[in-house]
Design a protein around this ligand. Structure first.
Ligand SMILES: Cc1cc2nc3c(=O)[nH]c(=O)nc-3n(C[C@H](O)[C@H](O)[C@H](O)COP(=O)(O)OP(=O)(O)OC[C@H]3O[C@@H](n4cnc5c(N)ncnc54)[C@H](O)[C@@H]3O)c2cc1C
Length: 487
């Protein structure tokens, strides 16, 4: 092995694994003595990022954008030469509704996720009864002494600060829309870390948020920037990013349709019987294929990591297996000219659980981003599933389309005939950071210390957004590089 290139294998070709493989390929191209392999269980790369182009419509089957406030995705697009293709959401037209007693009510202006920053819209919103509005105003006086360690549910945290109505009518549907999660179970420390820290430092989230906004405004005024859009995406769809990333490792280093079954220590690896310079791990995949590796980046869902690590480290495997996931389904309905006039203005609506519907949310894609639909036409993207409705994946495509059309008719009085519909299922795709997630991560980190050369990336650990996955993928690749070059 003396003088041989070190081999780092990335398992899982979603955006996290692609970002890891990209970092390794770039290192190799600049002369670092390393080679990357990317192994993916399916026939295509991209994971849940999948863009379809149908009759001039750009349909995002999974995620449709990333938050501007998390910089990694946009930075990577720029690094890859896609900077000119970045587009922002049409925030001048941003209005989101919540279904409330069967009717749509606009989310109050100035709401920063769950923290009100403007008085009048909160006073006038029909989403909160008068008693809750007084409670929201009292939040200003919350003291840091109320902070609870080590963790608590998002529901309990929001109730303490803003009361039941704020939780049920606003915060819970917002979180269900993003995480497909149950706020009674989700961990505030892991899902809303910024608010958890704010409480620790300032007590009141309202005071802390207003203070942060003031600082941000001053910083962007100083830099001469206008306020950035809330969401960003790529002009021709998010798979522009994954396609570009996939071009970095050359074809001989990418293995598709090879589901990894097990990872084991190499019999001849460090501590093994044979050649002390041999590689550390063996990776066994379907089709009776085995690769060896000096380091491995596992960028698959935690449950899959648990399965492949079962014999290497049963304790680590059990910790990973315990991270719950929710499933979801997107139903995209494309409409011809004329339908748009029957829809309210804005980005779409969210449905609280207690409204008794199966739809979690619906995005009016034609308003949110430019260039997604042919002139004058419209596109609705409806979400089903989440923690409360795991059985939804059993619906046939026809049943799912009929269900969302029925709910659109009842909620919006909208019964236009779609030109076509596309249904996409994402089983066990969204990791749920339940109460105690941070403590579980500590235990996972401690177990990983026992296995130098094994690294984890993806949406199961420190953020489920695209930017979070890019951050964890690149960080895992960098740590793997440091390790193999040191040894
Ligand atoms: C419907 C939906 C909408 C979303 N919307 C947004 C959004 O708008 N903005 C945002 O920022 N985030 C959004 N997210 C979250 C975000 O898209 C994901 O968290 C992120 O893309 C996950 O990337 P990943 O690489 O960790 O995992 P995945 O994309 O799940 O990739 C994992 C890969 O591992 C492969 N794999 C699994 N098992 C094996 C095995 N045994 N062997 C080999 N390969 C294996 C899989 O086939 C897959 O390709 C959304 C997610 C979903 C599902």
């Amino acid at each position: 092995m003396a003088g041989a290139r070190r081999r780092i294998v990335v398992v899982g070709g979603g955006v996290a694994g692609l970002a890891a493989a990209y970092a390794l390929a770039r290192a190799r191209q600049t002369g670092v003595p390393v080679e990357e392999l990317l192994i993916e269980g399916k026939k295509r790369l991209g994971g849940v990022i999948l863009t379809e182009r149908v009759e001039g419509f750009i349909i995002e089957a999974g995620p449709d954008s990333f938050l501007e406030q998390k910089p990694e995705a946009a930075a990577l697009c720029r690094e890859l030469g896609l900077g000119d293709d970045l587009i922002g959401s049409n925030d001048h037209a941003r209005r989101t509704y919540i279904l409330h007693h069967g009717r749509l009510a606009a989310l109050p202006d100035g709401l920063m996720l769950l923290v009100p920053t403007r008085i009048w819209p909160m006073v006038t919103t029909p989403l909160l009864p008068l008693r809750s509005k007084l409670g929201v105003a009292r939040e200003w006086f919350t003291s840091p002494a109320n902070h609870r360690e080590p963790d608590e549910s998002v529901a309990s945290f929001v109730r303490r600060h803003f009361g039941d109505a704020m939780l049920e009518n606003i915060a819970a549907p917002l979180l269900a829309g993003v995480y497909g999660g149950d706020s009674e179970k989700l961990s505030v420390r892991s899902v809303l870390p910024r608010f958890w820290e704010m409480e620790k430092k300032y007590g009141s989230l309202t005071r802390a948020t207003l203070r942060a906004m003031k600082q941000r405004r001053a910083a962007s005024a100083g830099a001469g920037n206008s306020s950035p859009p809330l969401f960003m995406t790529l002009r021709d769809g998010l798979d522009q990013l994954t396609a570009k990333l996939a071009g970095f490792p050359d074809e001989s280093r990418v293995h598709l349709d090879r589901r990894v079954l097990a990872i084991e220590p190499s019999p001849g690896g460090p501590g093994g019987q044979a050649d002390s310079c041999s590689r550390r791990f063996q990776i066994h995949a379907e089709g009776n294929v085995t690769w060896d590796a000096d380091a491995v980046v596992l960028a698959m869902p935690a449950k899959e990591c648990a399965r492949v690590l079962a014999s290497l480290d049963p304790k680590l495997s059990a910790l990973l297996a315990d991270i719950p996931y929710s499933s979801s389904m997107t139903i995209s309905l494309a409409y011809g000219a004329g339908a748009r006039a029957q829809l309210p203005p804005g980005f779409g609506f969210l449905v609280p659980h207690h409204e008794g519907r199966r739809m979690l949310a619906c995005t009016f894609v034609h308003t949110k981003f430019d260039g997604r639909v042919p002139e004058g036409k419209s596109l609705l993207r409806c979400f089903l599933g989440g923690a409360h409705d795991p059985d939804v994946l059993n619906l046939t495509d026809e049943e799912a389309v009929a269900l969302v059309r029925k709910e659109l008719r009842e909620i919006l009085n909208f019964s236009a005939e779609p030109l076509f519909a596309r249904v996409h299922r994402w089983p066990a795709s969204m990791a749920q950071y339940v109460v105690g997630h941070a403590a579980r991560l500590e235990e996972i980190r401690a177990r990983l210390e026992e296995h130098p050369g094994l690294f984890l990336a993806g949406n199961a650990y420190s953020g489920i957004g695209i930017s979070d996955c890019i951050r964890t993928g690149r960080a895992a690749a960098e740590r793997a590089l440091q390790l193999v070059l040191r040894n």
